[in-house]
Design a protein around this ligand. Structure first.
Ligand code: RTP
Length: 173
């Protein structure tokens, strides 16, 4: 049984201006791609200060809010939505696939990214491998299903999110 697009929960990932400037776009995308996640939306955008404030609305009032939103709006950002692919093991899973998959992609995405402060991130995580300071931690990932929904709606129009099947063999031969 195949999972429909509606059953696949999605997360929002952004490569922040420092990741773009440092030439880490391909490394970061490669990690998600190689893990097996499927990219369904991507664009390069230069957010305005206003937009950055909307994105980090929950951090309004924090001492670093102004610096953080200045930083996010300082240059191009790669905005992406990669949900997990339907897999064999999931097809036979008896639990609600939506919950099962959703928990996978959001939690795993965060695990993949590493702790907010790069010096506390494990080696092998994106921040652990590529970053040093908390204000320049190169990547953002939604921290839960509600945030993911809100962030996807903020950064993408519905028609910018594509639905397609990955068929590797078809494109190799
Ligand atoms: P993000 O939203 O960017 O994925 O990061 P996060 O969930 O790991 O961390 P969060 O607490 O939501 O903080 C958002 C971003 O704010 C910056 N920050 N600076 N100077 C500081 O003490 C400080 N604390 C957080 C980081 O860039 C963090 O990613």
């Amino acid at each position: 049984q195949e999972l429909s697009a509606a059953e696949l929960e999605r997360t929002f990932i952004a490569i922040k201006p420092d990741g773009v400037q440092r030439g880490l776009i391909s490394d970061i995308i490669a990690r998600f791609e190689k893990k097996g996640y499927k990219l369904v939306a991507i664009k390069l955008v230069h957010p305005t200060k206003d937009f950055a404030e909307k994105h980090y609305d929950d951090l309004k009032g924090r001492p670093f809010f102004n610096g953080l939103t200045d930083f996010l709006s300082s240059g191009p950002v790669v905005a992406m939505v990669p949900p997990p692919p339907p897999s064999q093991s999931m097809s036979n899973h008896t639990a609600d696939p939506q919950v099962w998959e959703g928990q996978g992609v959001i939690k795993y995405g965060r695990k993949f990214i590493g702790a907010t402060a790069p010096l506390a991130s494990e080696p092998g995580t994106i921040r652990g491998d590529f970053a040093i300071s908390v204000g320049r931690n190169i990547i953002h990932g939604s921290d839960g299903p509600e945030t993911a929904k809100d962030e996807i709606a903020l950064w993408f129009k519905p028609e910018e999110i594509l639905s397609y099947k990955k068929e590797t063999d078809k494109w190799l031969y």
